[in-house]
Each structure stands twice: as C-alpha cells, then as structure tokens.
Write a protein that binds this ligand. Structure first.
Ligand code: PLP
Length: 397
C-alpha cells in the first residue's frame, strides 16, 4: 500500500471526515488525477456531485464567462444568470413544484423545507425514517435517522418520530395529524442504496395526503437523472408537496434548492427565510449548464441503460463469499459486504478505482452519468481483482 499522506489538511482542518490516501490535483470526465499524474476512475464523483464528470466543457465555459461578468449579486437585485436558471429549472421541475428557494447546500435546502412545512401547516412535528440522511445542521440532523449522529448534539428540533423505512407495518399509527411534514428519500443513499417498495412509498404518500402532513421528497442524492428518471420519486408516481435538490445541480459549485407547490408558496412572505449567497450568479450559470446537458442528452435514460449493465456485473460479484448482496437503481449502486468496507475501498483505490462507502459494510458508487460501457467494465474488473485479494486476506486471518 502507498505511504500515508502527510497534509496540512490534517493539521488545520477538524477531523470530521474519513480521509483517503489520495491528493487530487485535476479531473476530466470520469477521471480524477493525483499529484503524480496517476489516473483514477472516479465512481465517488465527489459523493455524487460530479454528475457530468469533472470539468465538463459546458460547465467550465459557463463558469468562466459568468466570472468575467458578475460573480456576486444579492437576491434583492434581479440577475440575468438567476433568471435563466429558474426558467431552466421550471422546465425540468415536477409539474406541481414550480416555486423555488435557492440556497447553498443540501442541509440548507432541508432546513428551508422544515421551516416552510411548519409555517404552511401550523404544526410542529416531523416524521422521518430510520437510516435516512438529510444533513447535519440542527434541523436536518433532527430528522436524520442515525442516532449516533444526533445523540451528542441533543436537544434537537422536535418532536420527530422515526419509522422503519420500507415497512408498512405500523405506518398508519404514526402521529400523522401532528406532523407538519414527512421527509422521505425515494432511495436511501447514505444507508447503502436502499430501494423501497412501491407499496411503502404509496402508503407514505397516501397517509400524508389524508392527514395534511406535507410530503417532502429528499432528492439531494437521487435526483437529476441518477436513478434512471429525472427525479427518483417518478418511479413511484408520487406527487410531493416539496422536493429538495443539491449535490450535482451546479456541477460542483455549492447550490441547493427547495422546490415547493403553489399552496406552500402562497404562504411564504417577506423575511421568512434568506441566505446571503443563495442564487448567486456563478452557481446559477453553472446550474443552467448542468440542467441543459442533463435534459439535452437525456442522461436519465443513459443512467437507466448503463445501470442495467452495472447491476448484472455487480450481481456476478456476489459469487465472492465476502459479498452479501448488491443493490442498484440507475447509476446509484451499493455492494454490501460481510466485512467492513475499509480494505475493499482502499484496495480498489490502489488499483485505480475511487469509490465511497455507506454505513460500515457498503461500497457505494455514484459515478458520473456521462460514463460509457467500458468504464463500467473497467470498474467491475477492478472490483473483481480487489474482492479476490481481500477475500484471500480475510480467509487467511
Ligand atoms: C439525501 C441527502 N439529503 C441531504 C444531504 C445533505 O446535503 P449536504 O451534505 O450538502 O448538506 C445529503 C448529503 O449527502 C443527502 O444525501
């Protein structure tokens, strides 16, 4: 294994992230390069942010030309770039969600949705799901379903009731009538690509409709074509009241959006919410470029086709005893191991494939949607070699 990197990052940045042995220096398309010029196939894609790969020419051009015109413009002043972005987003947004709050990250988009839900309903509570991930700011953390993330920071926003994801048992008995909203991921990403049943998702939608608790779909990881549909909730025919989007929307420039229906929009008034950087022109120009490419190239269709190939290849890797199962929807994939993720992640990286993890046992992959079949073949070949090596190692212990 290569030598441990010594970096000022470890000296100066608080140790809240699991660090990998890689110093990135540049990236093009599905590849990222280290400082020695070595190339890695990037199936981490900055946790799903690089949906068009690295430095997509349209995104680079949009950022460059916007940087030469106007970089900052507060939301109290109209901006050409912001206008173009919201017109573009309104074209691809779900039909009932045509009003937007613009911010800078996933957690911020969730915070806004929580506030808007309380204001629209006059209710205080929230319903969320075990294993769900919505971010780590106070509000978002309050509805994130992993206790060890929440516990050190309590008391959080409440009351929040957590229910079993993908189980209809007991769903009806949750405190729906006191809930301002239910927050649900159409596919749980951080939990290791958990794909729910249509029955579960339609029960959540029905109970929210019947009780007046607003239905919020968190598409921060699953949106923008990743699962084979523009929005993952389309797989389940849902009509959400709100949707949150972030990660890849501006090709790597921080950006989050809370999309709301007309009824919620009519309830929001001056001063209810704001953020200094929200809808800044640079992010808006980049996001217009990203949405235009996703739309024009129908990248959701590509994700769906390539996902089938990836799914078949990952299933074959199930022949390794250290693999428990694989779960794939579009280009959102997890390989669940019977061992901790660390050795597989490190060995795959040493062999030229960058992935990420989920929980303690999942190798997660969120590759750019612009990849070709040969990138999938290459990733599968590396994973095959890696599993063989790590399996041998773990059997010899
Ligand atoms: C589904 C989901 N919601 C919310 C978030 C939080 O986004 P951010 O890390 O930009 O705050 C994430 C991040 O991984 C996510 O996957």
């Amino acid at each position: 294994m290569s030598e441990k990197i010594e970096s000022a990052e470890d000296r100066y940045i608080l140790p809240t992230y699991h660090k990998l042995n890689l110093v990135a220096s540049k990236g093009y398309g599905p590849y990222i390069y280290d400082t020695s010029g070595r190339r890695y196939l990037d199936f981490m894609a900055a946790y799903g942010v690089a949906i068009l790969g690295h430095c997509h020419p349209d995104v680079v051009e949009a950022i460059k030309s916007q940087a030469e015109r106007l970089i900052s413009c507060h939301a109290s002043v109209y901006s050409e770039a912001r206008t173009e972005f919201v017109e573009t987003l309104s074209r691809v947004a779900p039909s009932g969600l045509k009003s937007f709050f613009l911010c800078n990250s996933g957690a911020e988009a969730i915070e806004a949705a929580m506030k808007f839900a309380r204001k629209a309903t006059g209710r205080k509570g929230f319903i969320a799901f075990n294993g769900g991930y919505h971010g780590k700011t106070f509000g978002a953390l309050s509805i994130t379903g992993t206790e060890r993330y929440r516990q050190p920071f309590e008391p959080l926003v409440g009351p929040v009731t957590f229910a079993e994801y993908n189980s209809t048992e007991g769903l009806e008995t949750l405190p729906w009538s006191e809930a301002a909203a239910v927050f649900v991921e159409p596919v749980q990403g951080e939990a290791g690509i958990r794909i729910p049943s249509a029955e579960f998702m339609s029960s959540v939608a029905r109970l929210s409709r019947e009780s007046g608790a607003l239905l919020v779909v968190d598409e921060i990881q699953s949106g923008l074509g990743r699962t084979g549909r523009m929005w993952a909730h389309e797989h389940f025919g849902m009509n959400p009241d709100m949707m949150t989007v972030a990660k890849g929307i501006a090709g790597g420039i921080p950006f989050g959006v809370t999309l709301v229906n007309e009824k919620i929009a009519s309830n929001i008034t001056l001063g209810d919410h704001s953020t200094t950087f929200g809808g800044n022109p640079l992010a808006c120009a980049a996001a217009t470029a990203v949405l235009s490419v996703v739309e024009k190239k129908k990248l959701y269709e590509r994700a769906s086709e390539l996902g089938r190939k990836f799914s078949a290849g990952l299933k074959d890797l199930g022949s390794f005893r250290i693999v428990k199962e694989s779960r794939v929807i579009g280009l959102m994939a997890a390989l669940e191991l019977r061992i901790r993720f660390n050795r597989v992640l490190e060995e795959a990286l040493a062999d030229g494939l960058l992935t990420l993890y989920a929980g303690r046992n999942n190798i997660r992959m969120l590759p750019p949607l612009i990849i070709d079949e040969h990138h999938i073949d290459n990733a599968l070949a590396i994973l095959g070699r890696t599993l063989e090596k790590v399996q041998k190692e773990s059997l010899s212990i």
